[in-house]
Design a protein around this ligand. Structure first.
Ligand code: BG6
Length: 478
């Protein structure tokens, strides 16, 4: 027993994304999205961003694990039954934009794609699980990347509006929790996945990136307003990649540097989406760097009116920063870097493990925004071993999750309004950054390997039974 009191109705569950798990990449009239042209392997993000990359599939050169994913497209019934056995209250998934609008710019939605998600939502409801849907999870239609230049082009706002109206109208009785753009702030580091274009010259970075953000904020506000109108009893949130930034030491120069990193990376997007205004630190930056945005009449009012109901966040690690870091070793991370923190251990992929950072982060976010928070991603990517008797004893994963759940419990005692917790990759799937199957996060093991072998059979890990008990006791038994 522990001292934490997770509120009644706390949304326990797991999280996924269409492109990493569905497979069926060319079935049901689906069009290609960014993740479909992502090769397997650790170099995938560099390949995607390299000059001359043509966003085409090249099977002679590369493999494409996302094309098969874990075949959720055909096996969703079996998987949802397993989630239900664990007692999931919610299941976070994304809708693949290109199942609904294969090229992004059609006038009519694709019925086969719409019908697929109907079946998934119905299956979830059959088991008493509420879907939590990300509208755009690194799944921009390739056609919009190639022909329109991604979110740099204002026309994409119109296409996105058509997409959200189609899904809100279709699923208004089935989906009550929505999120707009997955890890929207990640585009500041790597615009290709979320904003749909690559930067090849440093000097070209800021103007197009902030312009694309402006259009995305307009699109987000349109989505929020449409959601509130079409589904009045729904909640719609933003979603940020959150890694609280620590100063390496008490040198005020480093503390100021860490504060700037914190504000630009962690708060910029949330400030606009939650408060409905561009923050002063960004306005100063625009002025000093001669950044002039195409902000049309009515845009700022729209952004003010279309503020989100909650903040969804991914949390895997904190980040430690120093102004002059040449003498220090870099840390690895979820798109973000920083320097190694001497007080923290790291995962097999070098991601620093910091449960206290989650408590710090939740408190900072709540202090700043005073809106409900929802931890929609957190987990440990690790190598799992299937023992001779078939068991998978992932105690390291249980320890990781237990410590983070404790940190959430502390935050709730601190007064943070926390809606729920969906662990990332509740079932093993393809890793986003490294394109590997072997980087596993799940409670459910999937027999699929980096060389493409495997039967795709599902198997319960030790953590499956542990998490079931956590949910059953509403976080009392950890
Ligand atoms: C988040 C993404 O950045 O981290 C997910 O929203 C991703 O799509 C997750 O899978 C874990 O990252 P990775 O690279 O280990 O799969």
């Amino acid at each position: 027993m522990n001292k934490y009191h997770f509120p009644e109705g706390f949304l326990w569950g797991g999280a996924t994304a269409a492109n990493q798990m569905e497979g069926g990449f060319d079935e049901g009239n689906k069009g290609l999205n960014i993740a479909d042209v992502l090769p397997g392997g650790k170099e995938r993000l560099n390949i995607l961003q390299s000059p001359g990359f043509n966003f085409e599939i090249d099977r002679e050169k590369y493999s494409y694990p996302n094309h098969e994913g874990i075949d959720f497209y055909h096996r969703y019934k079996e998987d949802i039954a397993l989630f239900a056995e664990m007692g999931f209250k919610v299941f976070r998934m994304s809708i693949a934009w290109t199942r609904i609008f294969p090229n992004g710019n059609e006038l009519e939605a694709n019925e086969e794609g719409l019908a697929f998600y109907d079946r998934v939502f119905d299956e979830l409801h059959k088991h008493g699980i509420e879907p939590v849907v990300t509208i755009s999870h690194y799944e921009m239609p390739v056609n919009l990347v190639k022909e329109y230049g991604g979110w740099r082009n204002r026309e994409v706002v119109t296409f996105f509006e058509r997409y959200v109206n189609a899904i809100f109208n279709r699923y208004k009785n089935k989906v009550k929790y929505w999120m707009t753009f997955n890890e929207i702030n990640s585009g500041l580091i790597m615009p290709i996945m979320g904003l749909g274009f690559a930067i090849h010259k440093e000097e070209d970075k800021y103007q197009p990136t902030f312009q694309a953000y402006h259009y995305q904020f307009v699109a987000s506000a349109i989505a929020v307003k449409a959601c509130h109108e079409i589904i009045p009893d729904a909640q719609i949130g933003c979603m940020i990649l959150y890694a609280p930034v620590y100063s390496y030491d008490s040198n005020p120069e480093n503390i100021m540097y860490a504060l700037q990193e914190e504000r630009f990376f962690n708060y910029f997007c949330a400030d606009v989406q939650v408060r409905g205004e561009y923050p002063a630190f960004v306005k100063r930056y625009f002025k000093e760097h001669n950044i002039e945005l195409d902000i049309r009449e009515g845009d700022l009012e729209l952004i003010k009116e279309g503020t989100v109901d909650y903040i969804g966040l991914s949390y895997y690690m904190s980040r430690t920063e120093k102004k002059e870091k040449s003498d220090l070793e870099n840390a690895q991370g979820n798109l973000i870097g920083g320097v190694k923190n001497p007080f923290l251990k790291a995962s097999d992929w070098g991601w620093e493990i910091d449960p206290v950072g989650l408590r710090i982060g939740l408190n900072q976010l709540y202090d700043r925004y005073q809106v409900p928070l929802f931890v929609v991603e957190n987990g440990l990517g690790a190598y799992d071993k299937v023992e001779e008797d078939g068991s998978i004893n992932d105690d390291y994963r249980i320890d990781y999750l237990r410590d983070h759940i404790r940190a959430m419990g502390e935050s709730i005692e601190d007064g943070v309004e926390l809606m729920g917790y969906t662990t990332w990759g509740c079932i093993d799937m393809v890793s986003m950054s490294s394109g590997e199957y072997s980087k596993r996060y799940g409670f459910i093991y999937v027999d699929k390997h980096d060389d493409g072998s495997g039967t795709l059979a599902r198997k319960k890990k030790k953590s499956f039974f542990w998490y079931k008990n956590v949910i059953e006791t509403n976080g009392e038994k950890l």
